[in-house]
Design a protein around this ligand. Structure first.
Ligand SMILES: [Zn+2]
Length: 411
């Protein structure tokens, strides 16, 4: 049966135009029509959704989450005590909270096995549409190597259907990329610099040789996939961009040369500004190892300077939060951090709709309510351009519709 949503207003991120009063008609999961109410023909048998008092816009997109990481900090003793199935089941909560915060599409940047997506598609539990990296690949001693000095590896997600993270050399890289695609990956995730939540590396060092990165990009492209790279150091960012990586995650030290390398089809920066804040917040409650707290302190300010530079230089910035470091469902806070660094509120909204959709090759399907797009929308009580706070917290996302089905209504 078709669904018709009647709202005060409809906001189009592409044009920044608002239409009132609005109606959106969805049938078989896709948008049939969206616009001024008197111009949308609603069939008699349509299920009517009352969104009076709300401004409706396309469902939001987060380009960097980890649905199988709970987002309540890193406590090594708890990780040792968690069986793999418990780690996977934590995604049930993460998926629901993400959806209820208005994020109807996500790209999972690793550690979520394909079964989580299958389960959501089968309706076992609610969750967003997802593109998956499944594994996070790094070199020995790199960001995804959770080998501790005592000799124990404490894996973030030891589930048997998440391929192994550590890989060295171009030929082994080819094989690991093939394994990761076999495990259901839509994107390949590499770490071309050190990171914060890993015990044995430093964010300002580059990891993987360009030969290894190029091998991953080639193997991914051969099967229609692109590569995303955790990249903090300037050299790690530039090695990745020069080797054909499509998206740079975090981007803590972007210099002018890197800004130039971003110019090119589909290349984008995913800042995840909120992630270092959550590392420090968890540290305050005793739920973060000292090595991660110290590294996060060292990068926070440089990260902001770098993202401000990239925004000013016109680098394509797509919305991403690294949720899983922080709690799922708090994704919207990133909007306010982007705005602080010089992005207009209309551009902040684009970063999580039209821009994110293009970056993820979902243009015309997600991030828009044009005819034929996914029937995914959210409703907020007011104008999100005037008050970006409305998108920042799950509490002000009063309506969420996914594929024409109301998945949250708090009015
Ligand atoms: Zn991440």
């Amino acid at each position: 049966m078709p669904t018709a949503v009647f709202a005060d207003a409809l906001y189009d991120p592409a044009t920044a135009d608002t239409t009132r009063p609005a109606a959106i008609l969805i049938d078989q999961g896709r948008v049939v029509a969206a616009g001024r109410r008197d111009q949308v023909q609603v069939p008699r048998d349509a299920v009517q959704v009352d969104a009076e008092g709300l401004t409706v816009l396309p469902g939001l997109i987060d380009c960097h989450v980890h649905l199988c990481i709970a987002g309540d900090g890193v406590v090594l003793a708890e990780m040792l005590a968690a069986p793999p199935s418990l780690t996977v089941l934590s995604a049930v909560v993460g998926c629901r909270n993400t959806l209820e915060a208005g994020f109807t599409t996500v790209r999972d940047a690793g550690l979520t096995p394909a079964a989580v997506r299958t389960a959501v598609e089968r309706g076992y539990f609610p969750g967003p549409r997802m593109l998956l990296a499944v594994a996070i690949l790094s070199q020995t001693g790199g960001h995804a190597d959770q080998h501790f000095p005592c000799g124990v590896s404490v894996l973030w997600n030891p589930a048997p259907d998440v391929p192994e993270s550590v890989v060295d050399g171009a030929e082994p890289m080819r094989q690991r990329v093939r394994e990761t695609i076999r495990a259901g990956a839509d994107w390949i995730k590499l770490c071309t610099s050190g990171g914060v939540l890993s015990p044995g590396d430093a964010p300002h060092h580059a990891t993987f040789t360009m030969e290894e990165i190029e091998a991953a990009v080639q193997e991914a492209a051969a099967q229609g996939r692109k590569v995303m790279s955790h990249a903090m150091s300037a050299a790690g960012i530039k090695n990745a961009l020069r080797s054909g990586v499509a998206t740079i995650e975090h981007g803590v030290w972007i210099d002018d040369e890197a800004c130039e390398l971003f110019q090119g089809t589909g290349r984008a920066l995913i800042p995840t500004l909120v992630a270092p804040l959550w590392v420090l917040r968890h540290a305050e409650t005793g739920r973060m190892p000292a090595f991660a707290k110290d590294k996060s302190r060292q990068i926070s300010e440089d990260h902001r300077v770098s993202i401000r530079r990239a925004i000013a230089a016109g680098v394509t910035v797509a919305f991403g939060t690294d949720a899983g470091v922080g709690p799922h469902g708090t994704n919207g806070e990133e909007f306010l951090l982007l705005q602080e660094l010089g992005m207009s509120s209309a551009d902040c909204i684009r970063s999580a709709t039209t821009v994110a959709a293009d970056v993820l090759d979902l243009g015309g399907r997600a991030g828009t309510l044009a005819e034929g797009a996914f029937g995914d929308l959210i409703g907020v009580p007011g104008d999100p351009v005037e008050n970006l706070q409305l998108l920042a917290r799950a509490e002000t996302i009063h309506l969420v519709v996914k594929g024409g089905e109301v998945v949250k209504s708090s009015r």
